[in-house]
Design a protein around this ligand. Structure first.
Ligand code: SIN
Length: 280
């Protein structure tokens, strides 16, 4: 019988899950328990896992189809896998702003499984923030104001030749070539989680640029405020990685940020994303 223990890391978001080995054939009961923990806590963490690429993919497929990232799929390596690597001297890293992954897509990924292959002795933590709580703590007036709004999301800040990071020293390369084309889609500012039915704020620094039918300048005061509000300390948790740790976040209701606070060590992670659905 599966005996999975779930220990919350914070009141808002995040829990550590014990008692499950994710490397082999994980039972249906264990997968159900993991999925429930994800829905309850937004992001869940596992320690001491031993996941090669095949096991990592097998695990991801138990939660949905694997998402192929258009900007990390540079034609080299396995398109189903993104290796997120930091080396000493990197001036920029993947995910250093508060963001939800890949929201320029019409159907952004539902989640991601990030596995630690090599981590520094200290530093390189990842922060997560509950967008469910961020929404629920808004005043009724603000909820009414943003209810009808849609926001335009684009990947032009994080990819393409004009991206501010195109020329930066960053070990993990994305598509910064001239043939790259922008992807942009509008999503509701407040989405309803397709499984829990709870409402969440759905704007983020990496991709959201303007409310639909408004200019960026007009949008900025409210959009900027919502994006900052979305990571107030009480909505967050912080995860300290060890080799063999795995984080599984629900990209529909959680934002995250990779801390760029360590030099002198390699940090090597493997990420597999799971396909999602249209945002409503
Ligand atoms: C990401 O934003 O997916 C990367 C997070 C991390 O490297 O901690």
């Amino acid at each position: 019988m599966t005996r999975i223990e779930v220990k919350p890391l914070a009141t808002s978001v995040g829990a550590e899950v014990f008692g499950v080995d994710l490397s082999g054939n994980v039972s249906d009961a264990a997968i159900d328990a993991v999925r429930q923990a994800l829905l309850d806590h937004g992001v869940i963490f596992f320690r001491n896992q031993s996941l090669d690429v095949d096991a990592h993919k097998r695990l991801a497929r138990q939660f949905g189809e694997i998402f192929i990232h258009p900007n990390f799929n540079t034609g080299e390596g396995d398109p189903e896998v993104v290796n997120i690597v930091r080396k000493p001297g990197d001036t920029h890293i993947v995910g250093e702003e508060w963001h939800t992954d890949t929201t320029m897509m019409a159907e952004p990924p539902m989640g991601a499984l990030l596995y630690a292959i090599e981590v520094p002795p200290v530093g390189g933590d990842t922060l997560f923030s509950s967008q469910t709580m961020a929404y629920e703590r808004l005043s009724d007036g603000m909820k009414a104001l943003i209810a009808p709004l849609k926001c335009v999301h684009t990947d032009r800040k994080v990819a393409g030749p004009n991206s501010p990071i195109a020329k930066a020293k960053r070990s993990t390369k994305a598509r910064f070539d001239e043939d790259w084309r922008e992807t942009r889609n509008a999503h509701p500012v407040v989405r309803t989680h397709p499984e829990t039915g709870r409402k969440c704020l759905f704007v983020n620094h990496s991709y959201s640029i303007a409310f639909e039918d408004m200019t960026e300048e007009e949008s900025q005061p409210l959009l900027g405020w919502l994006m900052e509000w979305g990571h107030r300390p009480e909505f967050t948790c912080r995860f300290r990685w060890e080799k063999g740790s795995l984080a599984f976040w629900d990209n529909r209701c959680v934002k995250h940020l990779a801390l760029h606070d360590v030099q002198g060590y390699d940090r090597i992670m493997r990420r597999i994303q799971i396909a999602g659905e249209r945002v409503v």
